[in-house]
Design a protein. Structure first.
Length: 94
């Protein structure tokens, strides 16, 4: 993370960095430790994508979860909402 933050484009504020916790289980001790670490980095914590087999099933079919039956992936789609909202916001813009 330090190396990424020292990247010239990041230092010059030409790009923004947001952190995504990928394939995690929020109700675990390790998630609490990860959350504390992310907060210590002073970077925007954008989203948490849960650990689910839906991504594997999508990959096996050559599609994304947005192309799967919403009734099957509704929780995963909800996980993506904070990320897509952040990407559309001024907070993600340099």
């Amino acid at each position: 993370m330090e190396e990424l933050q020292k990247n010239g484009r990041v230092e010059r504020k030409e790009v923004k960095i947001g952190v995504i916790a990928n394939r995690v289980r929020e109700n675990t001790i390790i998630f609490g430790e990860l959350y504390d670490f992310i907060k210590s980095m002073k970077l925007p914590y954008v989203a948490t994508l849960r650990d689910t087999q839906n991504y594997i099933h999508a990959e096996e079919r050559g599609i994304g979860i947005f192309e799967m039956a919403p009734s099957r992936v509704y929780q995963d789609l909800e996980d993506w909402e904070p990320l897509t909202k952040w990407l559309r916001s001024k907070r993600s813009m340099p």
